[in-house]
Design a protein around this ligand. Structure first.
Ligand code: NAP
Length: 309
């Protein structure tokens, strides 16, 4: 069963907000979509792209009479947005977010949420390295997970309604405790990004030694890290600061495992190296079997001969 809202307010209209706007329009999920973003420049672009029906730089103005409010801003901005919208929310409205960390967003937003609204924290596990309103596209959430981390006493009907909304976008729903979410995401998303930022930073620091070679020979592996390392600096700074404990724990584990690998290489322990690389190869297979990636070589990039056909 699909779901339709009278008015949806989108607070933040970057990659995630604009992808939501495309899908809401495409699937007819709201009679009216109101878009709010803090800068006049982004707002103008959202209007040019015709992402909504009404546009404002005031989040408080946008949420008036909205049945569903979706906050899609960097996680560090959650508290200021919550404060701004709190006094204007419609009784009975569902307020959700898409932030990549959950315990911190809850700590920032929950104290400001009036008792008569349903605050349901969420996180769609979908995205790209691009940001801003031009980066969004219809179908981003199709086949991807959306995790809810509901609070105690969350209204079941509101949770079901929000679940139906995400299911209509093609997402699969999971429900988790916020601390567990933050731990899982630290390993599947936050640590890989930090490794990528670090490796690309190291190559950059090598400076004159590598200069042109880094770019010239990047296809040998480095290039795949640069996609992650091109992700939005504000968003990722906030994730680091707002999932600090879980990230530090995963970084410690990572450093230990790296030392193990370093040692195996130093002492020529080929069996240990081979066993690890065999285990990791199997993980790639499981990801493909779970439908989380396609089984195309080189991530499906076109190669010279493919382009000619
Ligand atoms: P984005 O493309 O950079 O867009 C950010 C939006 O938030 C813009 O509308 C921006 O407004 C607004 N914003 C930025 N700083 C703000 C502040 N201090 N106060 C109020 N508004 C502010 O970001 P995004 O990729 O859509 O990410 C949005 C959220 O989704 C983040 O919490 C992120 O963790 C989460 N998320 C991202 C991904 C991903 O792959 N990108 C995936 C899942 C979840 P102006 O442009 O007007 O300044």
């Amino acid at each position: 069963m699909t779901v339709q809202f009278d008015r949806i307010a989108l607070i933040g209209i970057g990659l995630i907000g604009s992808s939501l706007a495309h899908d809401i329009k495409r699937l007819g999920l709201a009679k009216e979509v109101v878009i709010a973003t803090r800068s006049a420049e982004t707002l103008k672009r959202a209007e040019e792209l015709q992402l909504g029906d009404r546009y404002t730089t005031s989040s408080a103005e946008a949420v008036k009479d909205a049945d569903l409010v979706i906050v899609s801003v960097p996680v560090g901005a959650s508290e200021s947005v919550a404060k701004e919208i709190a006094g204007s929310l419609k009784p009975g409205a569902i307020v959700t977010d898409v932030g990549s960390t959950k315990a911190s967003v809850i700590a920032q937003m929950q104290p400001h949420m009036p008792e008569n609204v349903h605050f349901i924290p969420g996180h769609p596990l979908a995205g790209t390295e691009k940001s801003g309103p031009d980066a969004g596209f219809p179908g981003l959430f199709e086949g991807r997970w959306c995790i809810f981390t509901p609070l105690e006493n969350t209204d079941e009907r509101a949770l079901k309604t929000l679940g139906r909304f995400w299911e209509t976008l093609g997402s699969k729903i999971d429900v988790m405790d916020p601390a567990h979410h933050d731990k899982v995401l630290a390993i599947v998303s936050h640590l890989p990004h930090l490794i990528a930022y670090n490796i690309v930073g190291t190559a950059d620091d090598l400076g004159t030694v590598t200069e042109s070679e880094v770019i010239k020979y990047s296809a040998s592996g480095f290039r795949d890290f640069t996609r992650l390392a091109a992700s939005d600096p504000t968003m990722w700074r906030d994730i680091c600061l707002h999932n600090k404990d879980a990230i530090l724990e995963m970084l410690a584990r990572f450093s230990e495992d790296l030392a193990y690998l370093q040692r195996a290489i130093r002492w020529g322990e080929g069996d240990k190296i081979f066993d690890l690389f065999t285990r990791t190869r199997a993980i790639r297979r499981s990801i493909i079997e779970a439908g989380q990636d396609v089984d195309a070589p080189d991530f499906g990039r076109p190669h010279t001969l493919d382009k000619k056909v």
